[in-house]
Design a protein around this ligand. Structure first.
Ligand code: GCB
Length: 616
């Protein structure tokens, strides 16, 4: 073999990309594939000094980074006899549930930020012939080092997106064990950075599975209506495996009498356009989902997919050609009643059920990709979705690693949810301070998004401010307005900016003929705390704020939606006021116990009116 310098560089680059950022390509639609769940009880060891990872000279013990130092500490090694010194024992360690964050399960880990080692053993009796196995994680916050049977399989960075490792041939019929070091330490260079207004829940927060696929299998696909064309389904498929070239793929939608095929190229990719007449279109009023089958070599992968068109025209947002008003609400991925990160279909039904009760046809899933169940349940319930990456406040705009990280999180979010009809907006960021570096950073993200998904709308929650010399006039002065499809901004007039009175005189001046969405407004109220409407923290203040806010915003001619902040109270380490906040951001319309505050009903009324206006 000829060994070139360029070849070596490429190898080093690929190695770095694979082990630092990632990842093997994401396998989508895990829910409908053969799998063994590793959810349930795991063992864990809290390791604040990363003793399992670094030796006393702080050299990595990790076999991959340091092959000569492959000491088996924390890698599942068991002493052979009483002479051996092994300073840990997973079997004797405490239990922890997966999926779930550690903070809400273990009192001693409530505020913990650092490393925790997870351990689980399992049998894998009989893989079917010619199959491959992948170890899949729905998410781990924030970094995960993954080991199978004592050998490192890889590392993943980013707390809210899925990842998988090929473990074909590495499983035994009995006695396998997975060890994962999960580290939720915050960092200036990370995405998000050290400063946020939500709880930094750590752990294996989503499903863990062994997924079994055919030797060559459908790894990824896109099945959606072509841009602005309700009679054409655009399909692309990616095969993974040794025989991926020149393979026939069949797409069937039995209920629509559709059966079509395409053939993969040398990279395993296939594309086709399928004519489709009279499809029942997906909409919030009729969230119709078709069973779609993707077939390769008699292996059938099914999904439930809705079809709808989406575009903006001047100030209108058109879904299936009809103007819509986005009656929305922001949601954090948290179930306050149980405590901790939301992860399950039941959690999704609770949160989206509340949104429905409020009269919403839209939700903003803030400020990071939520678990996949949210978009799937939204598909079923007919709720449109804004999906976001944690490019929040002040991340390091000049740092190329930070960019790569944000780019990976964005790509993984889109890859996972691009077949969900409910998802209509990809959001790039939240309240990022305008500067040339920041705008360049986000413009590059927008370009990536448009390449990956030509149909969905792009936005970002921007900031507004008072116009110079005219305190009442509110303007958005952000060059990103040019590049997004929907101009969205957050405003806290009547909470951080003046009292509710101020809403009466404030006016918005938006220069673009594009739809406007107010992506946040609101104020804190402790549920059950009553008083006059100008007393902060009371339900009455929040009620008044909502009454005045919707009146104020309704005057914006381009207003086509809003997602007030926020559906339910959520935990935040920034919220320190005793007897009121106690570690909770109280801007919820519903308390952490599930009780509705007065403002809930103000918004519900407004949405009834808006619905009637648009149903006409
Ligand atoms: C914001 C942020 C959101 C905060 C909220 C607040 O502007 O986007 O993450 O939680 O304000 O409550 O201050």
């Amino acid at each position: 073999m000829k060994f070139t310098f360029a070849g070596l560089l490429t190898f080093i680059l690929l190695f770095t990309i694979t082990f630092l950022f990632g990842q093997e390509p994401q396998i989508i639609n895990i829910e409908n594939r053969a799998s063994l769940t590793l959810n349930g009880v795991w063992k864990y060891v809290v390791d604040p000094y990363q003793t399992g990872y670094y030796d006393y000279r702080r050299d990595a013990r990790d076999q991959m980074s340091n092959p000569s130092n492959s000491e088996s500490l924390f890698l599942g090694y068991k002493p052979k006899d009483q002479t051996e010194r092994v300073e840990y024992d997973f079997d004797k360690s405490d239990n922890i549930l997966v999926p779930r964050d550690w903070n809400s399960q273990k009192e001693k880990l409530f505020y913990y930020e650092g490393s925790v080692w997870y351990y689980k053993n399992f049998d894998y009796p009989a893989p079917a012939a010619n199959t491959r196995q992948y170890l899949y994680f729905g998410a781990a916050n924030y970094e995960a080092d993954v080991y199978l049977n004592g050998k490192k399989r890889g590392k993943h960075v980013g707390g809210f997106t899925p990842f998988n490792f090929d473990i074909t041939g590495k499983l035994n019929p009995k006695g396998n064990f997975v060890i994962v070091k999960v580290d939720n330490t915050r960092g200036l260079e990370k995405v998000p950075t050290i400063n946020t207004d939500w709880w930094n829940y750590g752990g294996l927060t989503r499903d863990v599975k062994i997924v079994e696929v055919a030797g060559t299998f459908i790894q990824d696909y896109y099945v959606q209506l072509a841009k602005n064309d309700k009679n054409t389904i655009e399909v692309s498929v990616i095969l993974n495996g040794p025989s991926k070239a020149n393979q026939a793929i069949t797409i069937e939608i039995p209920e629509a009498n559709i059966k079509a095929s395409c053939t993969t190229d040398s990279e395993g990719k296939a594309k086709t356009m399928i004519a489709a007449k009279n499809l029942k279109l997906w909409s919030p009023e009729n969230p119709y989902l078709y069973e779609v089958k993707l077939i390769h070599n008699n292996n059938v992968l099914t999904d439930k997919i809705g079809f709808r068109t989406l575009q903006t025209k001047g100030k209108e947002i058109l879904v299936n050609g009809k103007p819509v008003f986005l009656r929305g609400i922001c949601i954090h991925e948290e179930n306050g009643i149980r405590g901790g990160r939301a992860y399950s279909k039941e959690d999704a039904r609770l949160l989206l059920g509340w949104a429905k009760e409020l009269g919403c046809n839209f939700v903003r899933l803030a400020h990071y990709p939520h678990n996949e169940n949210m978009a799937r349940v939204a598909d079923e319930l007919g709720i449109m979705v804004w999906s976001e990456v944690p490019v929040y406040w002040t991340i390091q705009w000049k740092n190329s690693e930070t960019y790569n990280n944000a780019h990976n999180q964005l790509t993984d979010m889109i890859t996972r949810d691009k077949n969900r009809a409910s998802v209509i907006i990809w959001s790039m960021a939240n309240e990022t301070p305008v500067s040339a570096d920041r705008t360049d950073f986000i413009k590059r993200m927008i370009e990536t998004t448009r390449q990956l998904d030509p149909v969905r709308l792009v936005s970002a929650a921007l900031e507004r401010r008072s116009k110079e010399g005219s305190a009442n006039t509110q303007v958005v002065e952000d060059p990103l307005q040019e590049y997004v499809d929907i101009i969205s901004f957050n405003e806290y007039i009547g909470w951080y900016d003046g009292l509710t009175e101020k809403c009466k005189s404030a006016e918005f001046e938006i220069k673009f003929d594009k739809p406007v969405m107010v992506s946040e407004f609101g104020g804190d109220a402790l549920q059950g705390n009553h008083g006059s409407k100008d007393a902060r923290w009371t339900e009455e203040y929040q009620e008044e704020l909502f009454k005045e806010s919707v009146k104020m915003l309704d005057k914006i001619p381009q207003l086509r939606g809003m997602t007030p902040w926020i559906l339910a109270d959520f935990r935040s380490p920034r919220r320190l006021l005793p007897n009121i906040q106690d570690g909770w951001n109280r801007k919820g319309l519903i308390s952490e116990t599930g009780d509705k505050k007065k403002a809930f009903f103000v918004l519900q009324d407004y949405y009834k009116r808006k619905k009637a206006e648009y149903d006409k």
